[in-house]
Design a protein around this ligand. Structure first.
Ligand SMILES: [Zn+2]
Ligand SMILES: [Zn+2]
Length: 254
């Protein structure tokens, strides 16, 4: 909501709060930035690259500008077909979006979810993609949840359900991580695939018995890099009898 649309009491409350607990732009450190986002100043918000142009509908790779048509399957998907049917990513993993994810993942900055909610609303076609979906967060290993106190993919899934109440979204943590995996950042595609193999399983057989087999399932992660993690999750869900299994990430490495 823009400041002018807020009621006067809310505006006063925000002013007091900004005085006591000043907000900072997560990129440049500017105090109490005014603009669309709460914690990104308008100048740094220009670093956000929404993936609103033409895209590969299978892996969400950008393939052209907004005037060009979307394609079903890019050369990369043809070479390494993922186990999910379709994938959607909101923005490039860069600038302010990269910083938002780092804040959430490594600095316990859950306050950033409000800005993430503003971000996802700007994404082309997101409502159609999420309509009537059952969102499945990519699970973390127990030891990592203890350290981080939450699963960021779970927070993202719940934020989506709250941001788009008209889309009839449900969040169902259908999966569990049964094996600890290495951090993927330094691994290449083959090493990532090897690292993820057998990492996930259906969390609870009785819980999925209530989820209809023809439901639209979307596995949710923070960042998509090589699709290996999301694809491995989709494989397990498909193995449990679901066919309409898709993937979603806030950011995509381009
Ligand atoms: Zn800034
Ligand atoms: Zn593709």
């Amino acid at each position: 909501m823009s400041p002018s649309k807020k009621n006067p009491f809310r505006r006063l409350y925000d002013k007091i709060l900004d005085f006591i607990l000043p907000r900072k732009c997560i990129l440049c450190g500017k105090i109490n930035p005014k603009g669309e986002f709460e914690n990104i100043c308008p100048k740094c918000a220009r670093s956000i690259k929404l993936l609103n142009g033409a895209r590969c509908l299978i892996c969400a790779e950008p393939v052209g500008d907004a005037n060009q048509p979307d394609i079903v399957g890019c050369p990369n998907c043809m070479r390494f077909p993922p186990d999910f049917n379709r994938c959607f990513a909101v923005a490039a993993f860069d600038g302010a979006v990269r910083e938002m994810i780092i804040e959430l993942k490594y600095r316990t900055g859950t306050y950033i979810m409000r800005d993430m909610s503003i971000l996802v609303k700007k994404s082309r076609g997101i409502r159609e993609f999420l309509q009537d979906a059952i969102l499945v967060p990519v699970p973390l290993h127990r030891s990592r949840i203890i350290r981080r106190k939450y699963n960021q993919s779970d927070l993202i899934a719940r934020m989506l359900a709250k941001t788009f109440p008209e889309c009839n979204i449900k969040v169902k943590p259908m999966l569990k991580r049964i094996r600890k995996t290495k951090t993927q950042t330094t691994l290449d595609r083959d090493e990532r695939a090897e690292n993820m193999r057998g990492a996930f399983a259906i969390a609870d057989k009785s819980a999925i018995s209530k989820i209809p087999k023809d439901g639209k399932i979307i596995v949710v992660d923070d960042v998509i890099t090589t699709s290996v993690t999301l694809s491995e999750c989709a494989k397990i869900i498909k193995g449990a009898g679901y066919k309409n299994v898709n993937a979603f990430a806030i950011a995509r490495r381009i």
